[in-house]
Design a protein around this ligand. Structure first.
Ligand code: PLP
Length: 335
């Protein structure tokens, strides 16, 4: 039982079958019918002109930023944003794009007054602010649709582009019980990860206009991300976006169940009301040796990340019984 992340999901049997039978060609020549099908289908499904299949979410975000910004340009983002904090500084290192983070509010949103103050005037002393990048879900929290509309108004007012790091945007759509387009409609570009809770072995997408995706395709080649018979991966990725979406509702219910269970353990501090999707953050009392706790759970075949707060992820390969087993073991160990 691996609670570390929703990236640990194994491909479904349907995915393995689709991969085995995928029709393939050389995607760098544009010849892979399964990749072409995925990209065309995904563009339409999410309300964009074009899509690009990428090796990872990190690559999709980097391409996304580099296709919006030139050297010396700047993007606004959250201090907690994945594409600021967890992507090895790629936008700065590889794109010469300056990040301008602002503090995230506790609900994951960014304050428009702070963003407004961070936009640089048109003056040669400054980098040129081109883009606002949001993330949804962010640390398991869903950005409200009304907030997305405000973000759209904000970027329009300031002549910026709007990007979404939507690695877990399907978790947001399922939590809000809306069609994915209700979220994507506000953005100039988005990324989606199929290799998290949606269970594909590999693959993300970048979506935007034809012209934008053409620029991103050039950068993908530059970064060594041009893949050949990638249809084998695209076949699984399409099933992620079709057959696996409903799984996320189960994952969310399991996360809530886990949060309620943890609330019942004295040494854990958590409010289940804050758990909106598949990630559960729980503070553990300082008296607990978290490494020792993780080691003891490992002996029971339960894997967690030894951090405090600890983040538990629910996903396809975690059942409701697994959640109950974890709670029982934690209660036992903490007592
Ligand atoms: C996981 C994640 C990414 C990066 O995806 P990889 O496929 O691991 O490179 C980007 N953004 C967010 C919000 C993520 O959670």
């Amino acid at each position: 039982m691996d609670f570390r992340s929703d990236t640990v999901t194994r491909p479904t049997q349907a995915m393995r079958t689709a991969m085995a039978h995928a029709e393939v060609g050389d995607d760098v020549y544009g010849d892979d019918p399964t990749v072409n099908d995925l990209e065309q289908w995904a563009a339409e499904r999410h309300g964009f002109e074009a899509a690009l299949f990428t090796t990872s979410g990190t690559q999709a975000n980097l391409l996304g930023l580099m296709a919006h910004c030139q050297r010396g340009d700047e993007y606004l983002c959250g201090q907690q944003a994945h594409n600021f904090k967890y992507e090895a500084g790629g936008a700065a290192v590889l794109g010469s794009i300056q990040p301008q983070p602002v503090e995230n509010n506790p609900d994951g949103t960014l304050c428009f007054d702070k963003l407004r103050m961070a936009i640089k005037p048109d003056d040669f002393h400054f980098a040129q602010t081109k883009l606002l990048s949001l993330e949804n879900t962010i640390n398991g929290k869903v950005l409200p649709l009304a907030y997305l509309q405000k973000a759209r108004n904000f970027v329009d007012e300031h002549g910026l582009q709007l990007h979404l790091d939507g690695a877990r945007v399907y978790n947001a759509a399922v939590a809000l019980n809306v069609d994915i387009k209700e979220i994507t409609q506000y953005f100039d570009s988005i990324t989606v990860c199929m290799s998290k809770g949606l269970s594909a072995p590999v693959g993300s997408l970048l979506l935007g206009t034809e012209e934008y995706i053409a620029r991103a395709r050039r950068v993908r080649k530059m970064l060594g991300g041009g893949m050949r018979q990638a249809g084998i991966l695209a076949a699984a990725a399409k099933l992620a976006l079709t057959e696996q979406v409903t799984q996320l509702a189960t994952d969310h219910a399991n996360a809530k169940r886990l949060a309620v269970g943890l609330q019942g353990i004295e040494l854990f501090n958590i409010n289940p009301d804050y758990v909106q999707t598949n990630l559960v953050f729980a503070k553990i009392d300082d008296s607990v040796d978290i490494n020792l706790l993780a080691d003891k759970l490992a002996k029971e075949n339960i894997i967690i990340t030894a951090t405090n707060p600890v983040r538990f992820a629910t996903h396809k390969d975690i059942s409701t019984e697994d959640v109950d087993t974890l709670i029982a073991k934690l209660s036992e160990l903490c007592n």
